[in-house]
Design a protein around this ligand. Structure first.
Ligand code: AMP
Length: 279
């Protein structure tokens, strides 16, 4: 695996790798890798000839009171894991490389970026869309692999790719969970054993909604109420949102049909966690 810290070198290496019609896959990460990230790499390996990845903790997607400075950074381990999975090209740029002094240009996916996490994390999705656009320019992948775990992010990236004509196929990969159902996340490392148990309420609430829906309930209001009630049962968990939305527009639906997205976000201790299911 070749590791680069500049966009210029990464782009040259990726262009070189893509000669003769090679299909280049790309996985963007903030590091602190777990099986969720590695599942994206494996999906990329399965359908692409060469796989590129990035490790960059993107300051632009963290709010002023969020966990940017304490976000777990485990570069040496991450690098080994990616190498073991067969990633050929890695970019791990500095903040200055990605956002040189004087940077004033941002990608704002209007109408989507203020929904769900964007409502409680103003500017978050602007930071995400901007960094993904920049990484797409650095790598110029044929296909990019994103986790369904961050469903709103996925909808926003799909829209950005469509609106700005990026020649890249966006591939969604299923959520990887711990054996007890907790969605894998780099932020799970913040949870103490008690909070780790309490965090299971997120997935439990989603399963309750799925069961009711499969039993014939199609009123979003009733399904959301059931989900909220489940979360409320775990007293120390503070719900941020529980919604049922259209997976593309992220607009709430009234009648729940197949394909609807059920996203939940809640704070456990001081850790904000998200999860979702698609019905
Ligand atoms: P992050 O490092 O949190 O920015 O995530 C990088 C990529 O990994 C994103 O596309 C995430 O959606 C994806 N990802 C994170 N956790 C999981 C998971 N548990 N299952 C599947 N994909 C995931």
């Amino acid at each position: 695996m070749r590791v680069y810290d500049t966009i210029r070198d990464m782009r040259a290496a990726c262009r070189d790798a893509q000669r003769d019609g090679t299909r280049l896959g790309f996985v963007a990460t903030m590091g602190a890798l777990h099986e969720g990230h590695l599942s994206l790499v494996r999906a990329a390996k399965a359908t692409c000839d060469v796989v590129a990845a990035s490790i960059f903790v993107n300051p632009a997607q963290f709010g002023p009171s969020e966990d940017l400075t304490k976000y777990p950074r485990t570069f040496d381990r991450d690098r080994q894991l990616l190498e073991r999975e067969g990633v050929e090209l890695l970019i791990a740029p500095s903040v200055e490389e990605m956002y040189p002094t004087g940077t004033v240009t941002w990608v704002d996916v209007e109408g989507l970026s203020d929904k769900l996490d964007g409502r409680s994390r103003p500017g978050h999705f602007r930071g995400v869309a901007t960094v993904v656009a920049k990484l797409f320019h650095a790598v110029e992948p044929d296909a990019a692999f994103f986790g369904q775990k961050d469903a709103a992010q996925l909808a926003i990236i799909r829209r950005m790719v469509r609106d700005l004509n990026f020649p890249v196929e966006i591939v969604a990969c299923p959520i990887v969970r711990e054996a007890d159902g907790l969605a894998m996340s780099s932020r799970n490392a913040y949870l103490d054993p008690q909070q780790r148990r309490q965090a299971l309420v997120l997935y439990r609430s989603l399963l309750r909604v799925r069961k009711l829906w499969e039993g014939g309930e199609s009123s979003a209001a009733k399904l959301v109420a059931a989900g909220c009630e489940e979360v409320a049962g775990e007293k120390s968990v503070r719900l941020d949102y529980f919604e049922i939305v259209d997976a593309d527009s992220l607009d709430p639906v009234e009648t729940v049909r197949q394909g609807a997205l059920v996203p939940v976000a809640a704070v456990v201790g001081t850790t904000r966690l998200i999860d979702n299911i698609q019905l």
